[in-house]
Design a protein around this ligand. Sequence first.
Ligand SMILES: Cc1cc2nc3c(=O)[nH]c(=O)nc-3n(C[C@H](O)[C@H](O)[C@H](O)COP(=O)(O)OP(=O)(O)OC[C@H]3O[C@@H](n4cnc5c(N)ncnc54)[C@H](O)[C@@H]3O)c2cc1C
Ligand code: SF4
Length: 533
Amino acid sequence: MGKPTGFLEFDRQSEGYEAVETRLKHYREFVPRLGDDQAKVQGARCMDCGIPFCNNGCPVNNNIPDFNDAVYRGDWRAAMDTLHSTNNFPEMTGRVCPAPCESACTLGINADPVGIKSLERAIIDRAGENGWVVPQPPKTRTGKQVAVVGSGPAGLACAQQLARAGHDVMVFEKNDRIGGLLRYGIPDFKLDKRVIDWRLAQMQEEGVIFRTRTLVGGPLPAGVASDAVRTLSADVVLRDFDAVVLAGGAEAPRDLPVPGRELSGVHFALEFLIPQNREVAGGRKNILNVKGKHVVVIGGGDTGSDCVGTSNRHGAASVTQIELMPRAGGRKNILNVKGKHVVVIGGGDTGSDCVGTSNRHGAASVTQIELMPRPPEQEDKPLVWPYWPNKLRTSTSHKEGCTRDWSVATKAFVGENGKLKSLKCVRLDWSGGKMKEIPGSEFEIKADFAFLAMGFTNPVASMLDAFGVAKDARGNAAATTDGEGCYATSVAKVFAAGDMRRGQSLVVWAIREGRQCARAVDEFLMGASTLPR
Ligand SMILES: Cc1cc2nc3c(=O)[nH]c(=O)nc-3n(C[C@H](O)[C@H](O)[C@H](O)COP(=O)(O)OP(=O)(O)OC[C@H]3O[C@@H](n4cnc5c(N)ncnc54)[C@H](O)[C@@H]3O)c2cc1C
Ligand code: SF4
C-alpha cells in the first residue's frame, strides 16, 4: 500500500486543461499528463481497501492498487509492467476511457475517487518517453497463420497477443490507415494519432503484418467509410489461414427516418468526423526542411500522407501528392460548419465529438439534443456504488460551448430549396418510465446542419454474411465470452471480438475482448494456451 494516511491527507489531483479559447484554435490534445509529484500524491491516496472494487469495475481488470503503490514508491517501471500485464494499450484507455474503475473506487463513496485514469496515462507516457516499451517478439514460432479482419482496438489487441504467442498474424483493414475508430472516429484533440503509430511500430517489430485498403468479404452498403482498392473473399481467407478473427466493429449507424431526412445538411456523425480526422492526419517528423520549396509526394499511402503533412508544417510553397491507384477518399472535410447553426442529435461520446469539432470549425451555434431525460447532477452513491452511475456528464467539448437540451424528440427536418433550415421538435414526458409527447410543446431549432449521433445499431452484415456467421437478435456476430468455445462463431475456425460481437461499446471493452479472443484462438490452434485470460 502507498501511504496509509494518504487518503486523509491529500485531495484528488487533476490534470490541467489548456484554456478553451486557445484549444479551440487547434485539433491537438489539450490535457497534459500529471507531473511526477502529482502522480505520486494521486497514488498515495489509494486506500488498498482489501477488496479492490476498482479492479472489478475496470473491464480489463487492471491491477490498480498495485500500480498506485508502485507510482507512490517511484517505481515507474514496475507500474508499467503491472499495467501491461492486463492492458495492451494503456496509452489509449488512459486518454479516452470513461473510467468505470473510478466509479467503483471505495474512496469515492464519501470523497473524490483516486484519479486512476490519469495515473494510467502518466505511467505509460513516461514509460514511452524513457524508451521502456520495447518489442516482445516470441522466442519460438508456431507456423500457424491467423487473419485478423479490422484494425480497431479489438483487432489490434488480439493481433498483438497472438503474435507474442508465436503465430504469424496478418491484420486486414479496409481503410487507408490502421486503428479503426481510434484513428478516424475519435478526434485528435482527444487522442493524438502518434499514440497509435507508436504502438503499431512495436507490433510490427513483434511480427504483425498490416494490410490496409483491403476489404474482406462482400460489398459494403452505401455510407460506410472505405478506402479499399482490393477485396479478399471469405473463401480465400478461410483457405489461406488457420484461424480468422472478425473484429470489424459496429459500423451501421442508427438513422432518424422523419420527414426531411433527405435534406442537404442532415448527416450521420461519422460523415463529419471521419473527413475531419483525415484532414488533421499527417506526419510530424522534422527530417528535411522544405520551407518555401515545391514538394511532390509520390505514393498515396500512409508514408505519402505523412510527407504531405510534414511539408505543410514546414511551410512548403506547394505540396502535390500523386498516386497510381484511383482516388479512394479525399483528405479535406467538405462539411465545413463555420458560421453555421449546428444541431447534434444524441447525447453520447460521438455527439460530444461533433460538438468539439463544430466549435473548432467556428460554428455560429451548437445545440445538442437528447431523447432521454436530463440525468441527476449527482448520483445516489449508496444506491449505485460500485456500479457505473447514471449522472450528468459534461465533457471537455461541452465546456467549450454548446446548448444542451433533454427529453426532446425530433419530428421533422424542415428545409428550403432542398437545404436544412430547422428542426421541428417536441418535448417529452418520461413519467412512469414511458415516453409521451407533451401536447402543445412543439418548437423549432434553427439549423444549417444536423448530425445524427444516436449510436450504431449493429455491425455491417456483409462481412458476417460472406463468412456465413450466425448473428444474434441484434445483428451482432453470435459468440459467447465464457467457457469452452468462447469467442468462436458458428463457422469452424472463425472467431469474433469487439463491437462486432458485443455491439457498440468502448475502447476498453474492445481491448478486453481482443485479448480474451486471442487466448481462445491460441487454445484452438495449439490445444492449450499460456496467454492471460
Ligand atoms: C465518434 C466516436 C467517439 C468515440 N469515443 C469513445 C471514447 O471516448 N471512449 C471510448 O472508450 N470509446 C469511444 N468510442 C467507441 C469506440 O471507439 C469503439 O467501441 C471501439 O473502437 C470498438 O473497437 P473495435 O475494434 O471493435 O472496432 P472499430 O474501432 O470500429 O474497428 C473496426 C475496424 O474494422 C474495419 N473493417 C470493418 N469491416 C471490414 C472489412 N469487411 N474488411 C476490412 N476491414 C473492415 C473498419 O474499417 C474499422 O477500422 C467512440 C466511438 C465513436 C464513433
Ligand atoms: S482501462 Fe479504464 S476502467 Fe480500466 S483502469 Fe484504465 S481508466 Fe479505469
